[in-house]
Design a protein around this ligand. Structure first.
Ligand code: PHE
Ligand code: ZN
Length: 876
């Protein structure tokens, strides 16, 4: 639909219970070359809890060719039913009946990747949020739960494997070399959790014994060539299953759990009941082809989808406004899992870094919306960082407020009380209140109020009493100008000059949580010291707020060196970097002038790096250009780029000896997969990054560095090292970069996920020249518009991760962006709309750039899909 019309607005306040329920859904899917025929037999009855309405059944359906329709075996023809855009209305139906429909669909030409489609010779489905209506006519809403029995027919040779949700109950041969399989899912589910796969796939099989002693068959499927890349996902899955039993008391419920890897996929993965479908990038992993970051991502996404079996599937959402009920909670669960499997402090910093540098900007821009939105045009546009990551923080705050024990009791109550139901965020919070006795009515504003609260702290110290005053204010967001005070837990400690945490009360506790409820409150702490302490604020990032406090440089250095809280150490380092960059960008100071202040700080971190290399890597990493740009108004991308490049090169040169020592000491003769080895590789990459930046600026021993990188490329121990070396050469335009790119492509041309990285490395070379290079990438033989991972690798990374190219002064980046969006919108509107968010900083740009970007976007608007139109209208 490229009609330029936005979709009608759906509002939370308009929610009505479904008029009809579908107790049983019998699907018969016949897959043929060129089309598929879907016969659906729905056992329908009036919802006793529904509104009193006339005997009229309304079903959703899009892109379906209706072949036949009958009610209780009585064939219907028009005008017995009405077929309109997106829906089928059948008037005069009885209180209870069986509706049978037969439709034809065209998976081959489905490039939107919603509903039933083909990917590399297999068939698969994606139904969340509203894809099931592209498979058959159905009440496509999450509060209609139905039992599904599914039969699939296909050619046996081409599609030996036929999968759906639940348990296999029947299979056999059919005429003409075809076969069938029938699956039955005993758990009623909303249709967004339906899935089907047909293909010729390899399987890694294992099993898991649950706490109650049942054996569950675990089957992971991928293309045959990728069979050796499924081991890590299997290990992660088994760990996730055990963890959910221990930490949340949740056991798996079916006898089979299946995962299928698919190359063409709009998102990361999908939690379909008993049959998860994954983007290959979130399930395949092998040290030779996957970086350490990729391994971590697989572990967390496999866990995330598995955890949905309870938080999402057994207990699901009443309507799509409640999306965070399942997503925020499940992100919280996967973050906790990752914290338990890896370093908790490092995991927390990674999660906070992501939230602060990606969700905060969303919350401060034109797409700002509450964790529970109150209206949308296309729900696809609301699978956002706000719903996911901020939603997780809201659950985390409840965990903090209740304490681990009560939180567990409350989550048990939630799962037991609402098992098999479709519920709301209010139902979730009500369980927290019931168990704890806390009044969370003010807290619930976190769900309905958009925007990042700004908390401003100030303090006084007199007569042995430390007074901390906290003020909160949430800036207006689109459609929500008046903001009310939120309930904000602020965890804190007070450090003396030596960095020791002071006792805060008679019990000797050195950490406490104060709860800010009003717009301004003062908290008093008697402390045994004669100098004003250094506050360690928002420990563990106890609330998703932006904290302002006039830290002195010496205080930040104290926090960085001595604070026992990992988030506060990292935050102190970030504040030092942002301050130095502000002096360059805003005050016109020289980058060189910052080195005297920063090098001793970094040197100290490097000295102690052996204690925890992964944390040292985080502390030594400068903020990205995007993060720095977001802290200066108006946004001047080139100035930010120049400042960061100069600072990085300066630090690379000034600390060259230390960086080289790290590069040498951290080298490992052989690949190891454990966390310690990963931490070392990470720190080594940071060191090489600084040295390469210096070399790129013509400083330091360039020949030695290039030789080092070439060595890593010629005999890599793993993809982390190989890709790291390639990126260092290419991003700093060092000698040998182009031949290295060519050799890499030659070596990896058959590995799609590695080629995605090859494209991404080139699209993220800083500087305006990259736009021309990216045009070349779009023309490359291996570039495919229908492959979302590839599009993200080129267009997504340039737009979202390469400000100095995207905002090229001549507007070429915007022209590139607009052309890509136009092309994509005709192929896959969800992906186009998602990428369009790259323009969300439009209103913050310096005027010359803003004008060019908005002109480019305005041109797209008339022919935009409903998905893209909603995003463009918000931005423009
Ligand atoms: N529900 C999926 C998840 O978060 C995400 C998803 C949404 C996938 C929509 C596909 C389509 O796990
Ligand atoms: Zn999810």
């Amino acid at each position: 639909m490229r009609d330029g019309n936005p979709a009608p607005v759906t509002r939370l306040t308009d929610y009505r219970p479904p008029a009809w329920l579908v107790d049983h859904t019998r699907l018969d899917v016949d897959l043929r070359d060129g089309h598929a025929t879907v016969t659906a037999e729905l056992t329908v009855r009036r919802n006793p809890a529904g509104d009193d309405r006339p005997g009229e059944l309304v079903l959703d359906g899009e892109h379906l060719e209706l072949l036949s329709l009958s009610v209780d075996d009585r064939p219907l023809g028009e005008p017995d039913y009405r077929l309109e855009e997106g829906r089928l209305t059948v008037p005069g139906v009885p209180e209870q009946f069986t509706l049978t429909s037969k439709v034809r669909i065209h998976p081959e030409s489905n490039t939107a990747l919603e509903g039933l489609y083909r990917s590399n010779g297999m068939y698969c489905t994606q139904c969340e949020a509203e894809g099931f209506r592209r498979i058959t006519f159905f009440p496509d809403r999450p509060d209609v739960l139905s039992r599904f029995t599914t039969t699939i027919h296909a050619d046996r040779a081409a599609y030996p494997l036929l999968l759906s949700n639940g348990n296999p109950v029947d299979s056999g041969d059919e005429e003409g070399g075809r076969h069938f399989a029938t699956w039955d899912d005993p758990f009623p589910k909303p249709c967004y959790l339906f899935a089907l796969v047909a293909g010729d796939l390899a399987c890694l099989e294992d099993s898991f014994r649950t706490a109650s002693g049942r054996d569950v068959a675990l089957r992971l499927y991928a293309e045959h060539r990728d069979l050796d890349k499924l081991g890590h996902a299997m290990d992660s899955l088994k760990r996730a299953m055990a963890w959910d039993e221990q930490v949340f008391g949740r056991e798996y419920d079916l006898d089979i759990f299946q995962v299928v890897a698919v190359s063409h996929f709009n998102m990361g993965a999908m939690e379909n009941k008993g049959l998860n479908i994954f983007n290959t990038s979130c399930v395949l992993a092998h040290p030779a082809t996957t970086t350490d970051a990729g391994f971590e991502r697989v572990e967390s996404v496999v866990a995330h989808e598995y955890f949905h079996n309870w938080s999402g599937n057994r207990v699901t959402c009443r309507d799509w406004f409640q999306l965070s009920l399942k997503e925020g909670f499940t992100v919280f669960r996967d973050q906790e899992f990752s914290s338990d499997m890896n370093s908790r402090a490092v995991t927390r910093v990674e999660n906070v870094d992501f939230l602060v540098n990606h969700q905060f900007p969303e919350d401060q821009g034109p797409m700002a919306h509450p964790v529970r939105p109150s209206e949308y045009q296309k729900i696809d546009n609301f699978y956002t960082l706000t719903v996911y990551e901020k939603g997780s923080e809201i659950v985390r705050m409840q965990h903090e407020l209740l304490g681990a024990e009560d939180f567990r009791r409350a989550s048990d109550l939630y799962f037991e009380r609402f098992d098999g139901q479709a519920v709301t965020c209010d139902d979730f919070v009500a369980c927290m209140e019931e168990v704890s006795g806390l009044d969370l009515s003010q807290f619930k504003r976190w769900y309905s109020q958009a925007g990042t609260p700004l908390v401003t702290a100030s303090d006084r110290f007199a007569d042995g009493e430390y007074q901390l005053t906290l003020r909160q204010e949430t800036p207006p967001t689109p459609g929500q100008s008046d903001k009310q005070p939120l309930m904000i837990p602020v965890k804190l400690a007070l450090l003396d000059d030596q960095g020791r945490a002071l006792p805060l009360d008679d019990s000797g506790a050195t950490e406490t949580v104060v709860i800010l409820r009003d717009s301004e409150q003062t908290f008093r702490f008697p402390v045994a010291t004669d100098r004003i302490p250094t506050p360690s604020l928002l420990r563990g990032f106890s609330a998703p707020v932006s904290l302002r406090y006039p830290f002195k440089e010496a205080q930040l250095i104290t926090l960085l060196a001595h604070d026992s809280d990992g988030f506060c150490r990292w935050d102190a380092a970030q504040r030092l970097y942002f301050a130095a960059l502000a002096r360059i960008i805003d005050d016109g100071e020289d980058a060189a002038a910052q080195l005297d202040r920063l090098t001793p700080v970094l040197e100290q971190v490097i000295q102690r790096a052996g204690e925890d290399p992964a944390e040292a890597a985080l502390l030594l990493t400068l903020p990205t250009e995007t993060a720095v740009g977001d802290r200066h108004t108006p946004l001047r991308p080139q100035a930010v780029h120049d400042a960061l490049s100069a600072l990085r090169a300066g630090l690379g040169e000034a600390l060259a000896a230390s960086w080289w020592r790290l590069v040498e000491e951290l080298a490992e003769p052989e690949y190891r997969a454990d966390g310690e080895a990963m931490g070392k590789r990470r720190l080594r990459q940071v060191a090489l990054g600084y040295l390469s930046a210096a070399a790129g600026a013509g400083r330091g021993d360039r020949d030695k560095l290039v030789a080092q990188l070439q060595g890593m490329l010629d005999a890599p121990t793993c993809m982390t090292e190989e890709l790291g070396a390639l990126r260092a050469l290419v991003h700093n335009q060092l000698p040998g970069a182009e031949p290295a790119l060519a050799a890499f492509a030659q070596r990896w041309r058959d590995e799609a996920l590695v080629m995605d990285q090859w494209f991404a490395v080139q699209a993220t070379v800083p500087g305006a020249d990259t736009v021309a290079r990216a045009e070349g990438l779009l023309a490359h033989d291996a570039f495919e518009w229908t492959l979302p991972n590839r599009v993200r690798a080129v267009v997504g990374t340039l737009v979202n991760g390469n400000p100095s190219a995207f905002h090229a002064p001549d507007g070429s980046g915007y022209a590139f962006f607009a052309r890509a969006l136009k092309k994509l919108d005709g192929i896959n509107p969800q992906i186009a709309a998602r990428l369009a968010n790259g323009a969300a900083r439009l209103q913050r740009l310096e005027p010359a750039l803003a004008e060019q970007l908005s002109a480019a976007l305005r041109e797209l608007r008339p022919a935009a899909s409903a998905n893209l139109a909603e995003v463009l209208d918000r931005i423009l």
